[in-house]
Design a protein around this ligand. Sequence first.
Ligand SMILES: Nc1ncnc2c1ncn2[C@@H]1O[C@H](COP(=O)(O)OP(=O)(O)OP(=O)(O)O)[C@@H](O)[C@H]1O
Length: 518
Amino acid sequence: MGVEGVGWGSAVASLMFLWAVASQYFPYGLYMYYHKYVDKVWRFFYPYIEITFQEYSGERMRRSEMYTTIRTYLSANTAQQAKRLVAAEHGDKGRKHGLVLSLDDFEQVTDDFDGAKFWWTSQTKSTEKSTISWYPSQEDPRYYQLTLHRRHRHLVDSYLRHVRDRGKEIEVSSRQRKLFTNNPSSNWYGYKKSVWSHMVFEHPATFDTLAMEPGKKEEILRDLDRFRTGKDFYRKIGKTWKRGYLLYGPPGTGKSTMIAAMANHLDYDIYDLELTAVKDNTELRKLLIETTPKSLIVIEDIDCSEDLSGKRKKKVAEKTEEGESDQNPPHPPGAPKEEDNKISKVTLSGLLNFIDGLWSSCGGERLIVFTTNHVEKLDPALIRRGRMDKHIELSYCCYETFKVLAKNYLGVDSGHPLFETVRELLGECKITPADVAENLMPKSYSSEEAEENTRQCLEGLIEALEKIKGEAAIQAEENSEEKTEAKEKPAEGKVLEKTEGKETVKEESSWKGISNGI
Ligand SMILES: Nc1ncnc2c1ncn2[C@@H]1O[C@H](COP(=O)(O)OP(=O)(O)OP(=O)(O)O)[C@@H](O)[C@H]1O
């Protein structure tokens, strides 16, 4: 568009905008008359297209998501052009954080996209209240109007997609992240169903504070970054934009800490899914459909979740057999039975269907993370590649892991004279990073006592390691004695007979028979 073109376009858009303002104060009859005749003629020659985005839409008059996204986009990109802005607090109920500036009524801003100009205005829709008072009321619904030249019509789709994607990105980066958990909630009839509730997620763990071998950490970070920026790649290869992580290892090795670090690194919300609180596969599907893009769906201790649902079913069946339910008052017709609310009927196939099928229909990136202390107990179908793409073992503390913890907790690195002893002991016994971390907690935070604190903590850790080493040695000795005894002890029904220094294992019955005979 040339300079003249821009000037002309801007003037016409401004004229239209002024007309839109003025028309709000016309008597109703005149307004309708205008619409019927003049508008038709005017529109024929008018070279511009107008698109309106209402604040409220749909049957229940919910606030339109597109309206909110446009507001965010305009606040970030064009609000500096406007002279009058509206400030509103941003955040959840009771937890406001920061202000959002948006265009005030009748303000106009221009946006450039792909060589074309787009004009945005914010206006208030007149309602009964505002007609009476002549001024728009605070509660009146607003709308954004987008104006563009007819010759740029082909850009409408891509421009609106750009506004939506950019607006969403800004929303995600400026929001407070949330930790969702599913809890049972009862309806009027007493039926319990799992629903998400959330709190602000403020876990301070990062990949810097996470103790693990540097090479492994780098690899995970690369994988996460590749995933985050892989939208086009996933589309190209025809795969849903999702990735599964399986974190396994003994308790206290940092599985939950790593999930928090992942969420912080990617800037994602966390949905902590408690499978035992989900009644059946239908409820599971419903919960998962409600998750939003850019989220990490976590199922902790997946081995226990599956077991528990089986055990619960068994227990209820046992109770019914014992006739315990007969002692309870009869259920009113239509009311849920107690066990209906308690049993989780989520099945492995339900979970697999969700991982494979459901995700395909949900847009936006999602990571699913399973954790377990017993990887060997899991059904191979659940953790095969493609479902759980990356398997990460978090294990006992090695010297590299210890160095990260020592740096985090005490601010010291490998130069310390006690490090060598720790290194040797870590090579000889098993201790979890959680136990090491506990030993490295300084007794005070005063910088004057830092050196003394460090010495005390490291000595305490060495003592703990030596104790573990000693206990492990005793245990190993006991185990080897048990093994020898087991080796020496004949199997049940057999006896050991010693003749001239030779040991022979014989059938017990034959020995008894002989002895009885004697
Ligand atoms: N690798 C680690 N890096 C940093 N801190 C760790 C690490 N592992 C454990 N910790 C510390 O130990 C505590 C417990 O760790 P965490 O809960 O992450 O272990 P977990 O493997 O999830 O245990 P569980 O299987 O019992 O849930 C954490 O709060 C953290 O302070």
